[in-house]
Unconditional design. Structure first.
Length: 261
């Protein structure tokens, strides 16, 4: 299985490079032009490194959660793992909206049309809630059948449903937390969403584990750390979006005034 995954990834990379090499459009792979542009490199590092650190921080906090989850035994771990795989369907849509948000926001910044960023944010928010209503309702309605694809143990299914009910009932908060950083990074703000995630999600999850979960060590309380931190981090991301939008508009207005002079 591991070799199959590795081979498929190398094959995909090879096919992508071939397609880019043969392309006649605006985006094309030119081997002879493979040089480092210092300005572009600086911009990539400015946006990419904080984004990478954000993913790393999530992984660290999840290690602590997994460690706490292991204390409930292998049956609980199996139920949570099966539930997590099903939640991945909703997460895929959230990631797609993040990619769309950062792409359209960046394009509008380049076109000097910051007014369109609001429209991008509105569309993303509508899609987030629409997807949550459809996918969340479907997963909750057919949760036991979906978990049955991974296991036939009724106890594992029961425990998996505990996590599914908590996650799917509040998953829109996770999507807000994940998608709005795309809007921020498209506007050139990458450190701000990273800090929001560090404090609002990662650190608060650890605090939750050493306080609330320690006082009430149950699977329900453990899984509640997700929606609680999603909500806090999501609100911080939305507030940061409005701050960044105000700053971007102010900068564009200042540039317009300078050009007019």
């Amino acid at each position: 299985m591991a070799w199959a995954t590795t081979i498929s990834q190398y094959l995909a990379v090879t096919l992508i490079i071939i397609c880019l090499y043969r392309s006649s459009g605006a985006i094309r792979f030119h081997p002879k032009q493979m040089v480092i542009n210092k300005d572009k490199l600086r911009d990539i590092i400015k946006i990419g490194v904080p984004a990478g650190l954000q993913s790393l921080l999530f992984s660290i906090s999840n290690v602590f959660i997994q460690s706490s989850l292991n204390t409930f035994g292998s049956t609980m771990v199996a139920g949570s793992s099966a539930s997590g795989n099903i939640e991945g369907f909703a997460a895929t849509a959230s990631n797609a909206y993040y990619n769309a948000a950062i792409t359209f926001t960046g394009q509008n910044m380049g076109a000097k049309r910051p007014d369109r960023i609001d429209e991008t944010a509105k569309v993303c928010t509508i899609l987030i809630f629409s997807t949550w209503l459809i996918s969340g309702s479907g997963i909750l309605l057919f949760g036991r059948q979906l978990l049955g694809l991974y296991t036939k143990d009724p106890q594992v299914i029961d425990l998996g449903m505990i996590r599914l009910r908590i996650m799917m009932a509040t998953y829109f908060t996770c999507s807000i937390m994940n998608v709005y950083p795309g809007l921020l990074r498209g506007m050139g703000y990458s450190i701000l969403p990273m800090l929001n995630t560090l404090i609002g999600a990662c650190l608060l999850r650890i605090v939750w584990l050493v306080t609330v979960f320690k006082w009430y060590p149950t699977p329900l309380v453990l899984f509640m750390c997700y929606p609680v931190t999603w909500t806090i981090a999501g609100l911080a991301q939305v507030a940061s979006f409005f701050y960044a939008r105000h700053q971007v508009r102010k900068n564009f207005m200042a540039e317009a005034g300078t050009d007019g002079v």
